[in-house]
Design a protein around this ligand. Structure first.
Ligand SMILES: [Zn+2]
Length: 254
């Protein structure tokens, strides 16, 4: 069976796709809607879904119920050589692999082809390098997904409960310090690097913030004065809009 796991629930394929993003849609949990798109995170009326045009096939993982009992949990996954769930380009590739590895055609009925939203892999948030007078430290945070979150986080967590200013790294929501070697290894490994939605280098001494983020126009490098980012965060409006209006040449790689 083909479908998608979301928060522990199994949603069977509907054979329909989202008109907006082209990803598969699943039955809505709400009576007033026909479908939901996990990619857009929206519930949809039936006219917002369409027959697939064949352009997009989601990658899948393969699993079967532990002990052969179908449940919404207790699945065992087909693993790759590294011990991680093996990911196939689509369910046809997965079926072909299973048939080629001794699984009988009739048994495919009991196999779960679990569709993956590609951006699910991008859940590691941001990686940060913070340079201050004491040296360089490295952090990651799954709660900060980009410059806008970063700016908001700095603004909202400017002071601790007692009203004392916090150091910049202490203001980043969910920040976990990571050893330099781990950070450098991540930066060298394209697979790991892809899991982060954004890389930021905050140079407090030099008053510079380097941003490597996809701001709707592909992954790109931007440079802003760190103080201007803090100012923008304190203002009404979209941080990106405010900063790009003030620094139209902030993008440095074109
Ligand atoms: Zn969608």
């Amino acid at each position: 069976m083909r479908g998608f796991f979301h928060e522990g629930h199994w949603y069977e394929d509907t054979g329909m796709t989202c008109r907006r993003c082209g990803h598969p849609v699943y039955r809505s949990d709400l009576a007033e809607y026909a479908y939901q798109c996990f990619h857009c995170d929206e519930d949809l009326y039936s006219f917002e879904a369409m027959e697939p045009d064949g352009a997009y096939v989601p990658p899948v993982m393969v699993a079967r119920p532990v002990g052969g009992i179908a449940l919404n949990e207790g699945l065992e996954y087909l693993l790759d050589d590294a011990g991680k769930p093996r990911i196939f380009a689509g369910w046809r590739e997965a079926e072909a692999y299973l048939l080629g590895h001794g699984v009988a055609e009739a048994d495919l009925e009991t196999v779960y082809f679990i569709e993956i939203d590609e951006e699910d892999g991008k859940d590691s948030g941001c990686a940060f390098k913070v340079v201050d007078a004491d040296g360089v430290r490295y952090y990651t945070s799954p709660e900060v997904l980009g410059l806008a979150d970063f700016a908001q986080s700095l603004h909202e967590n400017e002071r601790d409960g007692g009203g004392s200013p916090l150091p910049l790294a202490g203001r980043i929501a969910g920040a976990v310090e990571c050893p330099e070697a781990a950070w450098l290894a991540m930066a060298d490994d394209p697979e790991t690097e892809k899991r982060f939605s954004c890389f930021l280098i905050a140079d407090i001494v030099g008053n510079v913030l380097w941003v490597n983020e996809d701001h709707g126009d592909g992954l790109a490098h931007y440079v802003f004065p760190l103080s201007a980012v803090l100012e923008a965060a304190a203002m009404e409006g979209d941080v990106w809009d405010l900063l790009l209006a003030r620094f139209p040449n902030a993008r440095v790689d074109r």
